[in-house]
Every structure is written in C-alpha cells, then in structure tokens.
Write a protein that binds this ligand. Structure first.
Ligand SMILES: *Cc1c(COP(=O)(O)O)cnc(C)c1O
Length: 393
C-alpha cells in the first residue's frame, strides 16, 4: 500500500479525538506582543520568562560574535567545533551553579538523553544497564521519559511528588546503580519538586539525584540559580543538575553541571553529546550575556513574581481552577479537551494567546490552559488577560 493511504486514517482519528496539533507561524520576535499568521496578539504562552530572547544586549552579543566567529560551528565538540565561547560559557555556568564543571549540549532533549544513557544506560555498558534502575516522577518531561526508556535500565515511575511512593520503589530495588530523576519545576503544572526530601532519600538509599531544571533556572532563587539555589543544594546534595538555555536564558541549548568525573564521563559516553554538531559559537556568546543579565538583574525576577501574584489574585476572584504553582507557569484546569480548545479559541478571538494542553502531554481529563508569564508583561496586559478570561468563560 502507498504510504499516504496508511498514514491518513491515523491523522483523521487524531482530528476526530480533538488531539490534532497545528503550528502557528510567528512573524515577530518572541515578546509579550507578537504577530502570528498576520494578526497581533498579547502572548501568555512562551517560556521566555525574563524577556531575554529579544533583549538588545543579547542580540548585540550574537551579532558581534557572528562577525568574529561566523555562523556554524562546523563540527562536533570532540572533532573541531569546540570554540573559546563554548568553553567560557561552560566555565561561567559551572561557577553560577556552584559546580566543578558544566557541559553544553545542543538541546535539553539531547542533554537528558545523553546524561541518562551515559550514567545508567547503553552508553555506560550494554550488559550493565540491566543492573541499573531509574526512578522517575510520573509528571516528568517527555525527554526524561524517552531517555529512561532508551536506556534499557529498569524504569520505574512514582506518583507525582509522592515521597512514600518513591521510597517503596527504592526499598524493593536491587539495582547496583539507582538514578532518581525529576523536573525541578514541572512543565505543565508549574509546581516544584521537593528536592530537599528527594536528596535525603537519595542519600538514604544510595541513589543518585538528577534534576531537570528547564523551568527553574532564571526564575527561582535570589540569583536565578533555579531549584538548586531555592533549596540550597550543593553538588553533593544534587550531583546531576541539568538546565536549558532556550527558556529563561532566551537563547538555545542546554547544559549539565556537576563534578569533574561526571562531566568527563559525559564527554566520553554521551552519544547525544559526541555525535552532533556543536551549537553555533555566537549562541554561546549571546548566552554569556544573558547569563550576566539573569544573575545581575534581580528586578526581573521581582517583576515576574509580581505578575504571577496579580494573575493569581485576579483568577481566584474569577473562580478559575488554578493549580498549586508559585512559578511563572500558571495552568487553569479545564478537564475536557474540546472545551479547552474552545476556550483557547475564544481568547484568541479577543487577541490573547495561551497554550492549550491536551493528552498525551497531560493525562486524559486534565486538559488545561497553560498560561505563562514574563517579567516583561505589564500590569495592564495582565488585566487584559483577566478581562478576556472573564468574558470567555
Ligand atoms: C523544554 C524542556 C526540555 C527540552 O529542552 P529543549 O532545549 O527545548 O530541548 C527538557 N525538559 C523540560 C522539563 C523542558 O521543559
């Protein structure tokens, strides 16, 4: 049979289930006001939490570095693509996190795949992965799930943020290497993992703790050091710290930070590090500037917190079903897929963009609007969002 005649029925089924996904085309920089498919919108749907994706200093750094180093890195890090800009950024990220070293990856998805597989998977040893176990929160990001499944290690999921569920899995495990892995801030719920308790359990059961802090860096902690700073966790308490650069940092890529031995292990055994072209050096240069802004401009985090607070107060007054989140990710739980899509469409007609999140990204019956905030949103814009929500319900 012809390929299209096999693929088309599955596409129709997906449409029928209200699960069909379509891309919008952005015609402006990422910002609180965007142009999409020829229309202007107020956006509450990006992960550019600090407004750095189009910050003039970050843009200028990218342009200057492109003038100096060109565009493409031309090779992988281990061949001849590792530039002084990558090297300097790694040192600055390590210092920022209070870790011995940091290693750049081309994306967060690849960092998770590479780190987990080097530590407890095929990268480490084909036979040994059977003697490894991964303990993952049920709401972990898809990249952590994929990494775990690919690894060949025993993959065990515990109930969301439920330490007794995790402990019962740990008690039963006979694996020689145990890895506990969680999101620092859960991407579709906005709540945070109890890293202090997770670190204590890891210690007690001789497991390693890994945190994916894609949504924590820049937002949590006085200096923007994310979940690790929020809980005051050292390299000893939290040995494998992963962060992404495409969200609050406003650029692209990701990193893993930890001990000298951890980073050298990843350089030797992470296939998604070894077998891919390095990020453009100009992206690393731009990220160095965004790291400086993220650290030094504490006012950004203060404005972000105020925005979240204004929204929560307003949304509570409207009787919206908010979730237990103090972060810039503020989901409004709707439940039904179709109703969620209709609500997002009504908001769109009023000029407001929010994420509409459906299965399989979240559990069936827990579809939601995913509303995200930036330090750059104004109080007037948040009032406009609340008014539009009130009119759309
Ligand atoms: C976005 C995200 C990733 C993937 O990072 P990319 O750099 O976009 O590939 C990984 N983990 C979590 C929790 C994320 O939200």
């Amino acid at each position: 049979m012809n390929i299209d005649s096999i693929l088309t029925p599955a596409l129709s089924a997906r449409r029928h289930e209200q699960l069909y996904r379509q891309r919008k085309t952005l015609q402006s920089p990422q910002a609180t006001e965007v142009r999409v498919d020829g229309k202007n919108f107020l956006s509450f749907s990006s992960n550019d939490y600090l407004g750095l994706a189009n910050h003039p200093d970050v843009v200028a750094a990218l342009q200057d570095a492109a003038a100096q180093y060109g565009v493409g890195s031309g090779a992988s890090h281990l061949v001849c693509g590792h530039s002084v800009e990558h090297h300097a950024l790694e040192a600055e990220l390590a210092a920022f996190c209070g870790r011995e070293r940091a290693l750049l990856f081309s994306s967060g998805y690849m960092a998770n795949l590479g780190a987990i597989n080097a530590l407890v998977g095929q990268g480490f040893s084909r036979q040994a992965s059977a003697d490894c176990a991964i303990f993952a929160d049920k709401l972990n990001h898809a990249s952590l799930i994929d990494a775990g499944l690919l690894s060949g290690a025993r993959f065990q999921r515990f109930l969301h943020n439920d330490m007794s569920s995790l402990e019962s899995h740990l008690q039963k495990s006979k694996a020689s290497r145990k890895l506990i892995v969680v999101d620092g801030v859960f991407s579709m719920d906005g709540d945070i993992a109890p890293l202090d308790q997770l670190s204590a359990l890891a210690d007690q059961y001789n497991a390693w703790l890994m945190v994916d802090d894609a949504h924590g860096f820049g937002c949590l902690g006085d200096m923007g050091g994310g979940s690790a700073e929020h809980f005051g966790l050292s390299q000893n308490d939290l040995p494998i710290l992963m962060g992404t650069l495409g969200k609050a940092f406003g650029t692209a890529g990701a990193f893993v930070a930890g001990s000298e031995a951890l980073i050298e292990t990843l350089i030797q055994f992470s296939r998604s590090y070894i077998y891919t072209t390095a990020l453009p050096p100009a992206i690393a240069a731009a990220t160095r500037v965004s790291l400086a802004l993220l650290k030094n401009e504490r006012g950004l985090r203060q404005r972000l917190r105020q925005n979240v607070q204004q929204f929560r107060l307003g949304a509570q007054a409207l009787g919206l079903n908010l979730m237990d989140s103090m972060t810039p990710i503020q989901p409004v739980l709707i439940g039904d897929e179709k109703q969620t899509m209709q609500l997002a469409e009504k908001l769109e007609l009023r000029g407001i963009l929010v994420g509409a999140i459906r299965p399989p990204t979240v559990a069936t019956g827990s579809s939601r609007l995913r509303i995200t905030f930036s330090a750059e949103h104004t109080s007037v814009q948040i009032t406009q969002l609340l008014d539009a929500l009130a009119q759309s319900l």
